[in-house]
Design a protein around this ligand. Structure first.
Ligand SMILES: NCc1[nH]cc(CCC(=O)O)c1CC(=O)O
Length: 293
C-alpha cells in the first residue's frame, strides 16, 4: 500500500488522483491521505505568511514522520532548497507550461480596453504585463483557481491570469480566452510539472516512481529551478523561466529562456547547453541576467 498525501484543494486532489491512477495502473495499491497546510488555512497574502513553501511543509512533515509515503506537489510551489531525508522520486511528463488569460466577454489581452483590471498579484505576471504597456492595471488576488475564475464571472475584475495546467486539470479549459505566448509571458519555473516527493531511503517507492519519470521534463525544470536558485529567488519573485529539449545538429539540446523583473522593466535572455547538465545552463543564464544590471 502506498499512502499518498495530498492537500484538499480541487487542484491538489485532481493532481494526486492522476498520480494515484498511474500507480494503480502499474499494479500498486494507493490510499489518499488528506493533509491541511498553512497555505490552505491562512487567507492572508502569500508574501505575508512566509512565501516559499507554505503549501508544502505540512506534506513534508508527514513524509518525514512516516505518515505518508509520497506527496504530489505542483513543482512550481516547491522551494528549490533540498530537504534532508527527502527526494523528488519522479517528475512526470509536464502539461502545457504556459499561462492563460480568462477575460470577460471572450476578450484577449490585446482587446482589453485601457483601464481594465487584471486580477493577479504574482510579481512575475505583474512585471511582464506592465512591460507590455497596455494601460491595464493588475490587482492582487488570493484563492484557488476556481475562486480566481469566479472573480471574472462575478464582474469583480475584467480578467485573471492563471496557469493553463491548473485550468486543464480542473476541466475548465473552455473558459480560457487566450493562451499567452511565452514571448510575452514566461511561466514560473516548473509550471505545469508535478513533483512526487518521497523519503530518500524508501527504495520500494522509488522503484515504483521511476516508471512515472519523464527525463526531458526533469532536465527542463532542473534548469528553470537552478536559474531561480542562483538568482536567490523564491516562488513569489519576478522570475519567469521556460526550458525545452530541442533536437540540435549533434543531438538533443536544452534551451532555456529567462525573464527577470527589475525596476526599469523586464530583462529577457536565453541560453543553451547540454541536456545532461541542466544546472549549468540555469546558472549561466542567471549570471547573464544579473550582469545586465
Ligand atoms: N501558485 C498556485 C499554483 N500552483 C500550481 C498552479 C497551477 C498548476 C501548475 O502550474 O502546475 C497554481 C495556480 C496558478 O498559478 O494559476
Amino acid at each position: 500500500m502506498i499512502r499518498l498525501g495530498t492537500r484538499r484543494s480541487a487542484l491538489a486532489t485532481a493532481q494526486s488522483t492522476l498520480v494515484a491512477d498511474e500507480l494503480r495502473a502499474l499494479g500498486h495499491e494507493v490510499e489518499l491521505v488528506l493533509i491541511t497546510t498553512t497555505g490552505d488555512v491562512n487567507r492572508a497574502p502569500v508574501e505575508q505568511i512566509g512565501g516559499t513553501g507554505i503549501f508544502v511543509s505540512a506534506l513534508r512533515d508527514a513524509l518525514l514522520a512516516d505518515e505518508i509515503d509520497i506527496a504530489v506537489h505542483s513543482l512550481k510551489d516547491l522551494p528549490t532548497a533540498p530537504v534532508d531525508g527527502l527526494v523528488i522520486g519522479a517528475i512526470p511528463l509536464r502539461e502545457d507550461p504556459r499561462d492563460v488569460l480568462i477575460a470577460r466577454d471572450g476578450l484577449t489581452l490585446g482587446e482589453l480596453p485601457r483601464g481594465s483590471v487584471i486580477g493577479t498579484g504574482a510579481a512575475r505576471r505583474v512585471a511582464q504585463i506592465d512591460a507590455l504597456g497596455l494601460g491595464v492595471e493588475c490587482t492582487g488576488v488570493r484563492g484557488n483557481v476556481d475562486t480566481r475564475i469566479s472573480l471574472v464571472t462575478d464582474g469583480k475584475v475584467d480578467a485573471v491570469i492563471v496557469a493553463r495546467a491548473g485550468v486543464s486539470r480542473l476541466g475548465r479549459l473552455s473558459e480560457v480566452t487566450e493562451t499567452l505566448d511565452p514571448i510575452q509571458m514566461l511561466p514560473a519555473p516548473g509550471q505545469g510539472a508535478l513533483a512526487i516527493e518521497c523519503r530518500s531511503d524508501n527504495t520500494e517507492v522509488l522503484a515504483a516512481l521511476a516508471h512515472l519519470e519523464d527525463p526531458a521534463t526533469r532536465a527542463a525544470v532542473t534548469a528553470e529551478r537552478q536559474l531561480l536558485a542562483t538568482l536567490e529567488a523564491g516562488c513569489t519573485a519576478p522570475v519567469g523561466a521556460l526550458a525545452e529539449v530541442v533536437e540540435g545538429e549533434d543531438g538533443p539540446e536544452l534551451w532555456l529562456r529567462g525573464a527577470l523583473g527589475q525596476e526599469d522593466g523586464v530583462r529577457r535572455l536565453s541560453a543553451n547547453g547540454s541536456v545532461d547538465d541542466p544546472e549549468s545552463v540555469g546558472k549561466a543564464l542567471a549570471h547573464e541576467l544579473l550582469e545586465q544590471t
